[in-house]
Each structure stands twice: as C-alpha cells, then as structure tokens.
Ligand binder design. Structure first.
Ligand SMILES: Cc1ncc(COP(=O)(O)O)c(C=O)c1O
Length: 392
C-alpha cells in the first residue's frame, strides 16, 4: 500500500526522465507529453538553458527570507511588469496562493473603501484552486462537496454573460471585484465567444463601479495561448492578474500582479509567504521568460495552435460524436457529445499523455516547444485512439 494520501486517481506509470515533449517511464516506454504537467513544462522537459540557469542559482543561493531584499525576485518582477503592463508583484508558490492573494487584496480594497462585507463576483465552471477561499470561488460542486461551510463573499454568475453582471450591479452595493479565468481551463477550455467584447464589457462595468477586474491567468498565461497572457489578445488590462504553472517550468512559483489603485492595497504585515519568490524560484521564472522570448515561443505557440486545430479537424471531421475542437494557441479542447474519461487511459496505453476535463472534453496543453512534426504525430496517433474508442 502506498503511503501517499489518496487525493489523486493516478495513472499506472512512473516517469524517470524527459526531453522536449518526450517522457520515458521506468520500463523504458516512451510517451508523447501533450499535457506538460498541466501547463507547467512549457519549455518541454530538461531544456538545456533552463537547467543551466537553475544549476547556477542553486550553486549560489537557494533561499533567503522575504524580510531581506532578493535580487532575483526584483529582476523577475521587473520582467513580469514589463511584459504585462502591470505595476507590482507579490510572489507565492502556486496558482491557488496567487488567487488567495488576489482575493485578500480585493477584500482589503473593499475595507479601505468603507465596505465591511465585500463580495466578489465569480463564474460558473470556474477553477481557482483547492484552498478554502479558492475552492469557494471555484464553480464546481463536485470539488466543493464535503468541505462546507465554504468561505462566503462570492456571487456566482454564468461565464461570458455581461447581462448577469449588470443585474448584480443594479442590486448590490458591496461588490468589490470580478474574478474570472480569461479562458476557462478545468471547466472545459471555454473561450468567450468574443473575448474582446466580453473583457471590454467587464472593464467598463468595473470602471463604472470602482470594482477590481481580476484575471486568473494561472493556466492561460506564460505564452500558452500565443501571447504572454491570454487577455493580451484584447485591448483590455486587468487591475489584478494571477499566474503560476508555466512561470517556473516546474520549480514551484506563483504571482499576483497589480496595477493602479490595486497596486497600493497591501502594506507590510497584510500578506506574506515563507518561500514565495525565493532566489531559486524567481531565477527559474526569469530564465523561463528569457527562453520564451529568445526562442520566440509566443508566436510559435500561436502557429502550432493553428496547426493542431487543422490536424485534429482533418482527422476527426467525419465523427459526429466530436462536437467541437477549440483552441487558443496551445490551450486545446476537443469536446465530445458524451463522457469520454476513458480516453485518458486508452491514450496512455498508446504512449500519449492527455487529460479529460469537464467529463466530455479532451484537454491538450502540449509544451510550447512542440515542433510541427510532433504536432502532426500527436494529431495522427491520438485521433487513431479516438477513432478506435468511438468504433467500440
Ligand atoms: C485557472 C487556474 N487557477 C488556479 C489553479 C490552481 O493552481 P495550483 O494547483 O497551482 O494551486 C489552477 C490549477 O489547475 C488553474 O487552472
């Protein structure tokens, strides 16, 4: 019996090494990684420039407390604010912690403005993490069940529905923020019908009522959709943005970025983290961003995203059970008209790592470095797995 707590229904495979989009298991079998540790290994596995940067940092300094100044953290904050247009950064260790920081920031902003019971608007099908506050903000009853009482102060509306938010604005005077994923990941790769119009509408409502617009880019950020951050496909800027996953290429790191009034809400003692932003994590983050820039991975992800959609469409267009193939860069969803959870295991057997989310959606988040030939191989081999499954 494993001594690991039973929080994951694990696939029966143990990986021992990786290179690029490929992983090797203990028994020598080779796998095509189309999940990237759920949007973490954007640079693929063991990218030589990343290994070099991490090794250099480890041999110099791994950790010092946030009660001291940290050069690597300053450097990464400079870079992140430059690529995002945000103004300040709080570093933590994960996506849920980044969202916790954003939720605390929004509540504090409310209190500073005379709102004693601040509420945050959140979305159906959202996923923001597993801590109590982020689980409460998450729009998935299955994930919440058994953990009641949930944290209060969240109002839920449908995703991509401006009217629902306008209705709340009419009847509530204690709202302080809207929190949403720019593109929903766990919820099934849900892309607003018109991202520009939706975010513009949200921005206008927030400006009108002095609410903060908080974008969770934990999954959609760090070049995943072909831009540094998914909202950069529009002209809209958030007040607060959370990131994690791909930022450290596997070295745990998260960040909550803020701009304008939101940038000045936290003061010493209001929030903190022992490990958040330590020299190792921030050096990994900085190296990741530099490599993405040097290797032009934003435009590459964008091109590979178009190709992946074309390839899967070509292979699967005759199958009526495949409802839609949607993507933004390398954030890809293949939606079926029926639950298809079994496909994760069937693909694994064929040496391909995928994930099924929202019961009916194959989610693909391949490394940003995936080549044209590897995209074609992935589409051909996975489509064959899908065809065999549908033929049963
Ligand atoms: C959009 C989004 N937000 C937050 C999280 C939570 O991140 P973490 O697991 O690093 O706490 C996730 C994780 O899947 C996510 O996809």
């Amino acid at each position: 019996m494993s001594k690991i707590m039973d929080t994951y229904a694990r696939q029966p495979v143990t990986f021992v090494k990786g290179e690029g989009v490929w992983l090797w298991a203990k028994d020598g079998k080779k796998y095509l990684d189309a999940l990237s540790g759920v949007a973490v290994n954007g640079l693929g596995h063991t990218h030589p420039k990343l290994i070099k940067a991490i090794n250099e940092q480890i041999s110099r300094l791994i950790h010092v407390s946030n009660v001291y100044c940290i050069t690597e953290q300053e450097k990464l904050a400079e870079k992140l604010t430059a690529i995002s247009g945000m103004e300040s950064v709080f570093f933590c260790n994960s996506g849920c912690e980044a969202n916790e920081a954003a939720i605390k920031l929004a509540r504090l902003y409310g209190h500073q403005n005379g709102i004693d019971t601040p509420e945050i608007i959140v979305m159906e099908k959202a996923f923001h993490g597993r801590t109590m506050a982020t689980l409460s903000a998450t729009g998935n009853r299955k994930a919440q069940a058994g953990f009641e009482p949930l944290v209060g102060g969240f109002i839920r509306v449908a995703f991509d529905d401006l009217e629902a938010i306008q209705q709340i604005a009419l009847r509530k005077n204690n709202v302080v923020a809207i929190l949403l994923e720019t593109i929903q990941g766990e919820g099934g790769i849900n892309i607003p019908i018109n991202l520009q119009d939706y975010l513009k509408g949200l921005r206008e409502i927030c400006d009108q009522h002095n609410w903060l617009l908080i974008l969770d880019e934990v999954q959609s950020g760090i070049a995943r959709t072909g831009k540094w951050f998914a909202h950069q496909h529009t002209s809209i800027q958030p007040d607060v943005m959370t990131i994690a996953k791909g930022l450290g290429s596997g070295v745990p790191i998260g960040a909550c970025l803020a701009k304008g009034v939101a940038s000045h809400v936290f003061t010493p003692g209001k929030h903190g983290s022992t490990f958040g932003g330590n020299p190792l994590a921030t050096a990994a983050g900085y190296a990741t961003l530099k490599i993405i820039e040097e290797d032009k991975l934003c435009s590459h992800a964008s091109k590979m995203g178009i190709l992946i959609n074309e390839e899967f469409t070509r292979h699967l267009r005759d199958f009526s059970q495949v409802k839609v193939i949607r993507n933004s860069g390398l954030m890809v969803g293949i939606e079926f008209d029926q639950p298809c959870g079994e496909l994760t295991r069937l693909a694994l057997d064929e040496g391909i790592l995928i994930n099924v989310t929202a019961d009916k959606v194959i989610r693909l988040l391949p490394p940003l470095v995936i080549s044209e030939a590897e995209v074609k191989e992935l589409a051909e081999r996975l489509s064959q797995v899908i065809k065999n499954y549908l033929a049963k």
